[in-house]
Design a binder for this molecule. Structure first.
Ligand code: PLP
Length: 410
């Protein structure tokens, strides 16, 4: 008799976005004349840049001609894209990678969700709190999270590392070393970053305790300040302990097109269960070759275009628009007398709610008084209570109106 994987039944419902949608729908019904503007979605709004659409058209034409048609591609990604990524790592951050350490995919969400399969079921997982929910839920599905603790608002086998204003949003090392540590910088949802010294301390901690760091740098393109690492491999020793996930989604507007890549250094070794050490790189290749047939050729050509001179310049201009949005949101929230974090090296602005309310209370106030939608921080974890997240991915044409509405409730 077929029996379900009961870990799926244990998943907590994605209450956050359902609850937001319900509240917004009720508001719209009660206020039919008011235009609601969302600062809640994490999706981009600017279209693909011309270098990308040109590359897509060219690749589509190739697919219609027998001589240049492509069928199944290499599961790990075409050499042209992996070489372009390799060159970009070297040029941008001085990190040297081998082509077969790079795995192209259809998204960082899939990679970051799938990668936990590489580890023993009993592995202990640590996440920062608040957190991008995929890290937690993928481990729940795998049966690694234990049971839900209603009192704590978390899973009893997951180690939560609070990131709050009191610790400068820098997680403290867990009292007992876990096996796997998820770090995400620039961070979703807080928009905060860590400096080299902090990241070096984490790399050393992982090395000393034989942990693996799963480093999500989906937002690295937004880093603009000196001293903020764009890749964990800028840190000495990181190739021994870290996997890095990157994506073209927020960098180049590929949320609908779908392309990302994961770096698995060959020298990253883990316990083989028999007293030895084994490299994760060939195992991830085996996993991908078994369960995944590769990102479409035309999409990989489009991704390649974002790394060429012309595409890079065009993409940078779009990122600058979002950065400007972020700056304006930071200024507006400060103008309301609120504590504001992030928004400098990230497209997310993390706002401390006024005294006497909580994250849902402030969400309601922004909706009722300004017809603006944010994301309540409590939805990202217990330590997100007391904050809301604003995203800078909105249409720049809406910004004047957004700022004006915020000013009016200040
Ligand atoms: N990682 C983080 C931290 C994200 O916020 C997101 C998207 O919101 C992703 C990964 C997913 O990226 P992709 O579109 O490549 O699947």
């Amino acid at each position: 008799m077929a029996k379900v994987n009961t870990h799926f039944l244990a998943l907590q419902s994605s209450y956050l976005f359902v609850a937001i949608a319900k509240k917004v729908a009720a508001f719209k019904e009660a206020n039919p004349g008011r235009r609601v503007i969302s600062l809640g979605i994490g999706d981009v709004t600017r279209p693909l840049v011309p270098a990308v659409t040109a590359a897509l058209h060219k690749a589509v034409d190739e697919m219609g001609v027998a001589e240049t048609f492509r069928g199944y591609g290499p599961e790990q990604g075409y050499g042209f894209l992996r070489d372009a990524i390799r060159k970009d790592y070297l040029d941008a951050v001085g990190v040297s990678l081998e082509s077969d350490e790079i795995f192209v995919s259809d998204g960082a969400k899939s990679d970051v969700g799938n990668f936990q399969e590489m580890f023993a079921p009993e592995s202990v997982v640590a996440v920062t709190d608040p957190v991008y929910p995929v890290y937690v839920d993928s481990n729940v599905m795998a049966g690694r999270a234990g049971s839900w603790d209603e009192g704590r608002g978390g899973w009893n086998r997951i180690v939560y590392l609070p990131c709050v204003r009191e610790n400068g949003f820098v997680p403290a090392f867990p009292a007992t070393p876990p096996d796997i540590i998820y770090l995400c910088y620039p961070n979703n949802p807080t928009g905060t970053v860590v400096d080299r010294k902090t990241l070096k301390a984490w790399v050393d901690y992982a090395k000393g305790n034989r942990c693996v760091i799963l480093y999500d740098s989906a937002y690295e393109a937004f880093i603009q300040e000196e001293g903020v690492p764009r890749s964990i491999y800028e840190i000495e020793g990181a190739k021994d302990v870290a996997v890095e996930f990157r994506s073209f989604s927020k960098t180049a507007g590929f949320t609908g097109l779908r392309c990302a890549y994961t770096v698995v250094p060959k020298q990253l070794l883990v316990d083989d269960g028999k007293g030895g050490r084994t490299s994760l790189n060939p195992l991830w290749l085996r996993r991908q070759s078994t369960k995944y047939n590769g990102c479409p050729y035309i999409v990989q050509r489009a991704a390649e275009a974002t790394l060429g001179e012309e595409g890079k310049g065009q993409v940078r201009k779009v990122i600058d628009l979002y950065r400007r949005n972020a700056r304006r949101l930071v200024d507006a929230a400060r103008g309301m007398g609120l504590d504001v974090f992030g928004g400098v090296n990230a497209p997310y602005v993390w706002v401390g709610v006024p005294k006497g309310t909580d994250s849902w209370g402030f969400f309601d106030r922004l909706l009722q008084e300004a017809a603006l939608v944010c994301t309540p921080g409590a939805g990202f974890g217990v330590s997100g209570e007391g904050y809301v997240r604003l995203t800078a991915f909105g249409d720049p044409a809406d910004m004047d109106e957004i700022i004006e509405r915020l000013r009016r409730i200040a």
